[in-house]
Design a protein around this ligand. Structure first.
Ligand code: UDP
Length: 243
């Protein structure tokens, strides 16, 4: 964070970002519900240049059995980046970063899923990042919510996610890879718009209290836009002419 800003124009004199967007403009987002016939639910998302596929299985028996909880179902999440998903080949072994992201996505989804309705079972969420370009955890969380809904898992709401951030002392929406590397702050956020609850909030970088408040506002507005696309994806599959 902050290292390369001097050599890179992240925001020009007209308020245009390095990829041509305005400060409050998200990247192009395309979400498709379904698509994997062997999964109970699935979704595919393109979020700028991020491309991510999610498969959901369950509720199903828990193996190993000792992990089962007699009072509630459990949610398990595996976030995995393909070695070819980034410029410099990623080692296929699970990294600390993938373990961390799996954990934060699981914790962000748990308040949305009615796990108490199916005790002793597990719902497994497999996330495959095919192409990464900054913001994969938000894109993955967004797609995972759609895949869970596609699997027919009872939910209180879907979690929509996007990052707010700061470049050139300006608050922006939807931080791309260059902005993440050279900018001043990256704040991924997951939000349930119907319930009005934030379930993911991380911050890499430094913000003033005013900037922090602005990032929350901008991030919530962005999540609401993402939410409309999530609902549209489910509508297209279940009420449109798609398979
Ligand atoms: N990245 C990479 N190699 C890696 C891990 C990450 O090139 O081994 C890139 C990738 O484009 C990713 C970005 O760095 O989207 C930012 O990663 P971060 O850990 O901030 O998570 P993300 O923004 O993807 O949620």
């Amino acid at each position: 964070m902050g290292g390369r800003e001097a050599t890179m124009v992240l925001l020009d004199e007209n308020g245009i970002r390095c990829d041509g967007r305005k400060v409050d403009e998200p990247r192009r987002i395309m979400i498709r519900a379904g698509g994997l016939k062997n999964a109970d639910g699935s979704a595919y998302i393109e979020f700028g240049d991020n491309k991510i596929l999610v498969g959901v299985f369950g509720p199903r028996d828990v193996h190993p059995k000792h992990m089962a909880n007699t009072d509630t179902g459990i949610l398990r999440v595996r976030y995995h980046m393909e070695p070819f998903s980034v410029g410099e080949r990623k080692n296929p072994a699970p990294s600390r970063r993938e373990i961390e992201i799996s954990k934060v996505i699981k914790e962000a989804l748990e308040p949305a899923v009615m796990l108490d309705k199916f005790p002793r079972t597990a719902v497994d969420v497999f996330i495959e990042v095919l192409q990464a370009d900054g913001g994969t955890r938000c894109a993955a969380l967004t797609a995972a919510s759609v895949a869970l809904a596609d699997a027919g898992i009872p939910m209180r709401d879907m979690v929509a996610a996007i990052a707010a951030g700061k470049v050139a002392d300006t608050v922006i929406l939807d931080v791309n890879n260059e902005e993440d590397q050279a900018g001043q702050a990256d704040m991924p956020m997951g939000y349930m718009p119907n319930i009005g609850k934030i379930t993911l909030l991380q911050l890499d970088g430094v913000l003033t209290p005013e900037e922090y408040k602005k990032c929350i506002e901008v991030g919530i507005d962005g999540c609401k836009k993402v939410y409309e696309l999530q609902k549209q994806a489910l509508n297209d599959k279940y009420f449109g002419n798609r398979d």
